[in-house]
Design a protein around this ligand. Structure first.
Ligand SMILES: NC(=O)c1ccc[n+]([C@@H]2O[C@H](COP(=O)([O-])OP(=O)(O)OC[C@H]3O[C@@H](n4cnc5c(N)ncnc54)[C@H](OP(=O)(O)O)[C@@H]3O)[C@@H](O)[C@H]2O)c1
Length: 284
């Protein structure tokens, strides 16, 4: 068992790699410290991931514009990547406007993959979202799909980790669906997860061999979207009320019980929503 008791099944991984190469890479990487560059290393997931990898003894660069490393302009990328074996992309776009978010993920991913080819990086890891291909009515998810497609088309060996919604995102969902004191949300099934559990799985993925495919990670229990936000608002003593509305949209998208939930055998985080609400929801 790993630190968060996750299933060690590789979910929906599509393996194209030669098994022998993977075995060799696994034994090569297992006992070695590596240089790992975390792009977006100052963000919610990035900060936790950087700490986790440093605790394991790896040399980690926490890259972001505030550190002089910008994946969109290319500033500082070549120097940051020199000698790195692994790059983990946990960036997010400052703007979620349709065109801006698409340009962000396309330019950032192209620049990263090009810089990785020059630096001889052997594993590109990116964090994406469970159900991305079912959510393409939203510009944000079209941008995440474009990011995934660029990674798949690149010669750099890769692993895409798709996560469900973070517990920490409950407030963002509430804000996007608020009208006055009312939050209108559909009762779609979801399986949210603690950011700390996502970061732990990412750390595990980053030091393993590339799977040349996609792995899913989700929280330990399913919950309905309206109930998820209702419980969050109640725990944070927010006066807004959640109204269940089957036709309300999630970031402009109609969602059903299949839209946000993972497929078979996702890796599972250990921390329950109940425990997170009690211990962390008010610390954000
Ligand atoms: N929210 C969810 O529920 C959810 C679920 C599944 C997957 N995801 C995915 O998880 C990823 C990370 O999310 P997060 O919440 O950790 O993001 P976040 O807290 O917003 O952090 C974003 C990071 O990206 C960095 N960044 C922004 N522009 C950059 C640039 N041009 N070059 C380099 N770095 C840049 C930021 O740096 P500064 O701090 O310097 O701006 C920050 O470190 C996203 O791709 C998202 O799609 C999210």
């Amino acid at each position: 068992m790993t630190v968060i008791g996750i299933q060690r099944l590789h979910g929906k991984a599509e393996r194209d790699n030669d098994d022998l190469v993977m075995k060799n890479q696994t034994s090569e990487t297992k006992n070695k410290t590596m240089k790992i560059v975390v792009i977006g290393g100052t963000g919610l997931i990035g900060t936790k991931l950087v700490n986790n990898l440093r605790q394991q003894g790896h040399e980690v660069v926490a890259a972001s514009p505030s550190q002089g490393i910008n994946s969109v302009t290319g500033e500082g990328l070549a120097a940051a990547l020199a000698g790195a074996q692994v790059v983990v992309d946990v960036t997010n776009s400052p703007s979620w406007e349709d065109q801006a978010v698409l340009e962000f993920f396309e330019s950032s991913t192209r620049n990263l993959l090009a810089a990785e080819a020059v630096a001889g990086v052997r594993h590109h890891v990116a964090l994406s979202v469970v159900g991305t291909e079912r959510l393409l009515a939203s510009g944000f998810f079209r941008a995440k799909m474009a990011q995934e497609n660029l990674i798949k088309a690149s010669p750099i060996p890769y692993t895409i980790l798709r996560s469900t919604q973070f517990f920490e995102f409950a407030g963002g969902i509430a804000n996007s669906s608020t009208d006055g004191q009312t939050v209108r949300l559909p009762p779609a099934l979801m399986q949210p997860i603690a950011a700390a559990d996502v970061a732990a799985v990412l750390a595990d993925v980053a030091v393993a061999a590339p799977v040349q495919g996609t792995i899913e990670v989700a929280g330990p229990e399913p919950i309905r979207l309206d109930e998820f936000v209702r419980r969050y608002l109640s725990a944070t003593r927010d006066a807004r009320k959640v109204e269940t509305d089957a036709h309300a949209r999630y970031f402009g998208i109609e969602v059903n019980d299949q839209s946000l939930t993972p497929g078979v055998n996702p890796r599972l985080g250990a921390l329950s929503f109940e425990t997170w609400l009690r211990t962390s929801a008010n610390k954000k």
